[in-house]
Design a protein. Structure first.
Length: 270
């Protein structure tokens, strides 16, 4: 479960470059819910995920994960509660280490480190079975450096790694945006399988209206650091890509009107 109460964040405050990235965000995501987050560039989508992950501390408000207040926790401390996949297929892994070694490290996330064997025979067999379940024929390549894989293969394994220790929330930040359509479809298929099988509470940022209208049980639309639409239930079930595009057009027109009004006020004082 994810709970945000009155969360705000301003970058470069009291300077010409001030950006009010999040504005008094109130949001509750039930355990096991799959939420798609959409919005124009600069609307606050990735900033929202970064706030939850602890990439920075928020200026105001509270953040709770499964009832635990993590508002002042640094990013490394929150890592044991969060799984995350980034847009870049080469983020989140150690390229010179093998597939098996990367998986073993991911399976120990948030646990005490010792001198015990990380890749014993039993553990290796378990990881091999998890890789085989993806259907990508990578189970015979566990000793290959993960950096030798294609972007789609690597992103698929990163997705698997993010959920090995069932997190309080899985954060997917445009995790298919850098992939070609075939690999993107593959990663989306695996995303659906993992989230459904493990009942993972998930937030997925996407620019794809098709993904947003077909995946998950809830859609949140952001603009200028605020949540302006929160679509769930029957309305979500009936949602089509063209419905979302129409809402984006409404935002564009409203923002143009705001900018025109601001320009008129500026002209009055020149």
């Amino acid at each position: 479960m994810v709970e945000l109460q009155g969360v705000s964040k301003t970058f470069f405050p009291n300077t010409p470059n001030e950006v009010r990235a999040l504005r008094n965000i109130d949001l509750t995501i039930d355990r096991g819910s799959f939420v798609c987050v959409i919005g124009t560039n600069g609307s606050g989508k990735s900033t929202l995920l970064n706030a939850i992950a602890g990439a920075f501390l928020v200026d105001e408000g509270r953040i709770r994960l499964d009832g635990v207040d993590v508002t002042r926790w640094p990013e490394h401390r929150r890592a044991k509660l969060i799984g995350r996949v980034f847009q870049d297929p080469f983020s989140g892994t150690a390229p010179s280490m093998t597939i098996a070694e990367n998986l073993a490290l991911a399976s120990r996330r948030g646990r005490p480190r010792g001198l015990g064997l990380a890749l014993g025979g039993r553990r290796r067999a378990e990881l091999r079975n998890r890789v085989a379940s993806m259907g990508l024929d990578l189970e015979a390549r566990l000793d290959n450096p993960i950096g030798t894989l294609s972007g789609g293969q690597r992103q698929s394994l990163t997705l698997l790694m993010s959920g090995l220790i069932k997190p309080s929330v899985l954060l997917l930040d445009e995790h298919t945006a850098a992939l070609d359509p075939k690999n993107a479809d593959q990663v989306i298929r695996l995303t659906q399988e993992f989230v459904s099988r493990d009942k993972l509470t998930t937030m997925m940022v996407t620019h794809s209206m098709h993904q947003a209208s077909h995946l998950g049980d809830r859609v949140i639309m952001m603009d200028r650091g605020r949540i302006i639409h929160d679509i769930s239930g029957v309305e979500r079930q009936r949602l089509r890509p063209e419905d979302l595009l129409a809402r984006f057009e409404e935002i564009r027109r409203a923002n143009q009107l705001d900018e025109s009004a601001a320009e008129m006020l500026r002209q009055q004082y020149i």
